[in-house]
Design a protein around this ligand. Structure first.
Ligand SMILES: [Zn+2]
Length: 455
């Protein structure tokens, strides 16, 4: 279905009860219905418990009480499962929208565009109640833009008209994005659309013969000047009337450098990944010849693994995955949402447990019989407002478990042995956002590498 096209649109249309329904309202109504069902079931449970408690103590009464306890657990489990399933459906729908807009034929495009508008207005500060789109859905949609941007012009499901539309929508979304993950992802998407692709190069230069050529740095600076500005405080920061801005998130800043390199070299597969999990799971073959690219009509085919990525991109994707695992865990949508909103703090953009001291992450913890530790239970008590630690213990089902070769590669990227004695400027350094010593970061990746091994 990810291929898009009219047939995919037909399937999606059937799943949406009313094509004109507002997606956020639809989601919230459905959540209310599930809550109502749960409330009713628990009321029945409470009545039954009261009836039983009036009976004299007997083995039958104990058995009935046990049965009731099981019923209660089942009610709560069903509710959690319904919520998780509903959320996954909406994540999927948000993810597919940009691909549909990029692939449906002209007759369908109006409808696809109006669906997209219905979602995006929940990010628009001028829309009443907005921004009220769940951050996880904002991220899913940004991800969908990147998948759409990965299709080259000759891809059978690409329509040139849809492409222009998508770039415009992605730029609007970048302005209105609130989450660092969405911003990082949209920068990568815009970069893929910006790389000249086949005959379009000639067309473009023919149209703008009078305009001076734009450099990669200028292009990326323009994107950065948009990122998140729709929600910037309206109060001017200084006398120059410029709005006060949050400093860029370190992951967004690093992505900006990497997409600049992708534009300059026209080798996006070295600086951009499409799916974090896919690229970290897969070493990839080093001799990915041109046939591979032709076969998929994609800028970056799914078989590309981390070994094709530049070292800086490898380190960025690693820490993005660590952060996403800390946020997502095996949690419920509400919990994930809450952690996402905590994942950027006004005066601290990354947790000290990522930047300063990774000991509280304890990557080698195991799940115990008493269940998973509460997120935040091992964070620095006074200095960490994020409350994410420890890292989800071994045995937790994670969206992306980092495999041993990938973790060993993170160690290999660190300066070692003799190199550490070179003057600092000559050394390979730790990532920009990390302020700890090399042996400490080395030890962290050692712990991460050991997770997949036996007891
Ligand atoms: Zn922490």
């Amino acid at each position: 279905m990810g291929d898009g096209g009219d047939s995919a649109f037909a399937v999606i249309r059937k799943r949406i009860n009313d094509i004109n329904l507002d997606p956020v309202a639809e989601y919230e109504n459905q959540v209310e219905r599930f809550k109502e069902q749960k409330r009713k079931s628990l009321d029945q449970w409470a009545d039954a418990l009261q009836r039983i408690s009036q009976k004299p103590k007997s083995p039958e009464r104990v058995a009935e009480e046990n049965e009731l306890n099981r019923t209660r657990t089942a009610v709560i489990q069903r509710y959690r499962a319904q919520r998780a399933e509903l959320w996954r459906e909406f994540v999927m729908r948000a993810w597919m929208l940009p691909m549909l807009l990029g692939s449906v034929s002209d007759e369908r495009r109006e409808e696809a565009r109006s669906r997209m508008t219905k979602w995006l207005r929940h990010l628009d500060p001028h829309h009443p109640g907005a921004p009220d789109l769940m951050l996880s859905l904002e991220n899913a949609m940004a991800q969908g833009f990147k998948f759409a941007a990965n299709r080259r012009e000759r891809h059978p499901f690409t329509y040139a008209g849809g492409r222009k539309d998508l770039v415009r929508q992605a730029e609007t979304m970048l302005q209105q994005s609130r989450c660092w993950y969405a911003q990082l992802t949209l920068l990568q998407a815009l970069c893929l659309w910006q790389i000249p692709d086949g005959p379009a190069v000639r067309k473009r230069s023919h149209q703008d013969t009078h305009a001076p050529p734009t450099t990669a740095i200028q292009t990326v600076e323009r994107w950065l000047s948009m990122a998140g500005t729709a929600h910037a405080p309206a109060v001017p920061a200084g006398g120059d009337g410029a709005a006060a801005r949050q400093p860029l998130h370190p992951f967004v800043a690093e992505t900006a450098d990497l997409v600049t390199l992708a534009l300059e070299t026209r080798r996006p597969e070295r600086f951009i990944w499409i799916d974090e999990k896919g690229v970290a799971d897969n070493i990839g073959s080093r001799n990915s010849g041109p046939q591979l690219y032709r076969k998929h009509n994609l800028w970056i085919p799914p078989s590309i693994g981390w070994s094709s990525l530049d070292g800086r991109a490898q380190r960025l994707v690693a820490d993005v995955l660590v952060m996403m695992n800390l946020i997502e865990r095996d949690g419920q949508p509400d919990e994930v949402e809450e952690r996402l909103s905590r994942s950027q703090q006004p005066h601290m953009q990354l947790p000290p447990c990522i930047t300063a001291d990774r000991d509280p992450l304890h990557p080698d913890l195991k799940i115990t019989t008493s269940g998973s530790p509460t997120p935040g239970s091992s964070c620095h008590p006074h200095s960490c407002p994020f409350q994410f630690c420890p890292y989800p213990p071994r045995g937790t089902e994670l969206r992306a478990e980092l495999r041993e070769p990938f973790c060993r590669q993170q160690q290999a990227l660190l300066p070692h042995g003799l190199m550490r004695r070179l003057p600092r400027v000559r050394r390979r350094k730790t990532p920009n956002w990390v302020g700890m010593r090399v042996p400490e970061l080395h030890a962290f990746w050692d712990g991460m590498a050991g997770r997949m091994r036996g007891p």
